[in-house]
Design a binder for this molecule. Structure first.
Ligand SMILES: [Zn+2]
Length: 130
């Protein structure tokens, strides 16, 4: 395997739970009110150091979405997904945005890592229907 070129973030950000690869800045966080199969999830405007899997259509509680799972470049673990396309107009704001599952990330501030347990709220449900 060649050397990985990873982007380093500053200030407050979220990192991969397993390998501490930096994934997203706090100021890119749009919503903490999402859910996924494994619990709470966060919606981000943009994330770094991930690669995308194949596109697939997924039926969620808010309708059909075309999504791609995203994986940490450091450890290849699935950390969430990206919304490519939303069928419902009300869900269009999610297109091009990223979900990180809370259980797969840790917060980081001034070099200290911590588990983020403050996520509250529950509106836009995005639990895939399986
Ligand atoms: Zn990782």
């Amino acid at each position: 395997m060649g050397r990985l070129c990873l982007i380093e973030l500053d200030g407050r950000f979220y990192s991969c739970h397993s390998c501490r690869t930096h994934l997203a800045n706090f100021d890119q966080l749009m919503s903490k009110a999402f859910h996924c199969r494994h619990g709470k999830a966060y919606l981000f405007n943009t994330v770094v150091n991930v690669f995308e899997g194949p596109l697939e259509e997924r039926m969620m509680t808010t309708g059909v979405h075309t999504v791609a799972d995203i994986y940490c470049k450091g450890c290849q673990q699935n950390v969430g997904w990206k919304y490519e396309f939303a069928q419902h107009k009300a869900q269009k704001y999610k297109e091009g945005k990223f979900i990180l599952e809370r259980g797969r990330v840790v917060g980081c501030e001034k070099g200290d890592f911590y588990l983020d347990t403050q996520a509250i709220g529950s509106d836009p449900d995005d639990v895939p229907l399986e």
